[in-house]
Design a protein around this ligand. Structure first.
Ligand code: F6P
Length: 513
């Protein structure tokens, strides 16, 4: 059962008092370390030939004693109850008095939630298939307009899953900077373009401004019924109808699905349109495989929880202010952007779910890039800089390209070499040429980055974020931190509020006053 803050604090003290052997010392002390610190998750396929996600934490500083303490911490934080509440439709988003039912969209939730999700996805599937069959005339392009959680997931999924074939050419536009929309216009033929307006609230200023401009672009280019080319993806269907979208083309999703967790809902419509419903369903199934694991595995055997142990260890005990993610896979080059919102908007908080102040650092800054490009740009700092940065490497054993296998072999060799080099380091007489080593990394090695594995990777990170939140006592499902800036922008627009001298001077210089 759960315990008091004092008990949790005592566990943190226990953790802080533990010695911190080097990675090399940990390997030397335990010949079974790789096996003990590696998890293999079966994601798809069958028992005879499963496709797996392998996660190797052996190059992190976690060891038997720290893991035992983190398992105690999870118990003291009532992790099992929090997890049950997540899947059982409990009010886990306490500040907004809501459940968080994104997992139900892929079949993990209460029967009522799953039934509702299935009905909503069936509706989306019907529209997707109707469009593929020509119900809306010839459709070659989709301009998907949304921002934050209504754009980052679709953009990542489309980039990852349509390298071979896109059934429809999708352009995701988020920024209110008109350049973004103009770029999409330049790549699309108005006569064969649909517009998706993706907004949970259907009030976001960037999205509504871009949507209006997209409609104007259609009508300026002779499209007779621009409104008839619009599909709305939203948890506020009444607002979409009020805005002018025909009810038959409004694809709702439940308000209990958070924006940054909404890829699985109708926000995933552009993905389904680009890859087809079969692939979209495979993506959901891969995510469900991780749900099933997260729901049932305990302690260090639970992948997302284990990842959160490592995250907490580095953020709270080793003072790491950032964590880096490098996918050695061109298809995942947008993953850091996606994870930034998922992790930083969820856990970048200063108060606990009960409103009291947090007692330590919360979400580290998530950043990263794609390998091998990043090696030639930022890895200098990882190897020799003064920051300690835990790194995640992600790679697929099967290549995503049909070129000479030397490409992929080289890519994988580089990925593995970086983890080895960060850990081993190298002494040299010349200090400028020596590497301190003992720098941690975790490696995710998937059999193949297909739709199911992609869904699994994303669900893994959703649950990792949740597990981190539980260990810190944070509500990961609200985001009030974004509101003040929005209100200030409105105040600048109305001209009714007084601002500080610097901002006032800048407003005058920018021609806003
Ligand atoms: O401002 C932040 C935010 O509310 C995100 O949480 C959300 O994903 C994004 O804006 C877009 O919101 P909406 O989908 O309601 O347009």
């Amino acid at each position: 059962m759960g315990s008091t803050a004092a008990e949790q604090a005592a566990i943190w003290q226990r953790l802080a008092a533990m010695p911190t052997p080097s990675l090399q010392a940990l390997f030397a002390a335990d010949p079974g370390r790789v096996e003990a610190m590696t998890l293999r998750l079966a994601i798809a396929g069958d028992e005879v030939a499963p496709t797996t996600m392998l996660i190797d934490w052996s190059k992190t500083h976690l060891h038997a004693d720290t893991l035992a303490a983190f398992e105690d911490l999870a118990e003291a934080c009532d992790f099992a109850a929090a997890r049950a509440a997540l899947f059982d439709g409990g009010i886990v988003n306490v500040t907004e008095d809501r459940a968080a039912t994104h997992s139900a969209m892929r079949g993990s939730g209460t029967p009522a939630q799953v039934e509702e999700a299935e009905a909503l996805l069936a509706r989306m599937g019907m529209l997707v298939e109707a469009i593929h069959e020509g119900a809306l005339g010839e459709v070659k392009h989709l301009i998907h307009i949304g921002i934050g959680g209504s754009a980052l997931g679709p953009a990542l999924a489309i980039d990852a899953l349509t390298r071979d074939l896109a059934l429809v050419d999708v352009h995701v536009v988020s920024n209110i900077d008109g350049l973004a929309l103009e770029q999409a216009f330049a790549a699309c033929d108005p006569a064969t373009t649909l517009i998706a307006i993706a907004s949970k609230t259907f009030t976001t200023i960037e999205t509504m401004t871009n949507a209006a401009s997209a409609l104007k672009w259609l009508s300026d280019h002779g499209v007779a019924d621009p409104g008839g080319r619009v599909i709305a993806l939203t948890a506020a269907p009444e607002k979409a109808v009020e805005w002018g979208v025909d009810e038959t083309r409004v694809l709702p999703f439940p308000a209990s699905v958070g924006g940054r967790y909404s890829l699985w809902s109708s926000i995933g419509f552009p993905v389904a349109l680009a890859v087809g419903m079969e692939e979209f369903t495979a993506m959901l199934a891969g995510a469900k495989a991780v749900d099933d694991h997260f729901r049932t595995a305990e302690g260090r055997a639970n992948g997302p929880l284990m990842a959160a142990f490592a995250d907490q260890y580095y953020a709270r005990l080793r003072g790491c202010q950032t964590r880096a993610v490098f996918a050695y896979d061109e298809r995942l080059k947008l993953l850091p952007d996606y994870l930034q919102q998922l992790e930083m908007e969820s856990n970048g908080k200063g108060v606990l779910a009960d409103g009291s102040a947090v007692s330590g650092p919360t979400a580290p800054v998530t950043w990263g890039g794609v390998g091998t490009d990043a090696q030639h740009a930022v890895f200098q700092l990882l190897h020799q800089g003064t920051h300690l940065i835990p790194v995640d490497f992600i790679a697929s054993i099967a290549p995503g390209n049909a070129l000479d296998p030397a490409h992929h072999r080289n890519l994988l060799m580089n990925c593995l070499a970086q983890g080895a080099a960060l850990m081993a380091g190298k002494a040299a007489e010349d200090p400028a040429r020596s590497y301190p080593g003992d720098r941690p990394s975790t490696t995710f090695l998937v059999d193949d980055l297909d739709a199911a594995m992609f869904g699994a990777l994303i669900a893994f990170h959703e649950h990792r974020t949740f597990a981190n939140a539980v260990l810190m006592g944070i509500n990961p499902f609200d985001q009030f931190g974004v509101e003040l800036g929005k209100a200030m922008a409105k105040a600048i627009d109305s001209g009714e509020e007084a601002f500080d001298p610097s901002t006032t001077a800048l407003m005058i210089a920018a021609g806003l006053r």
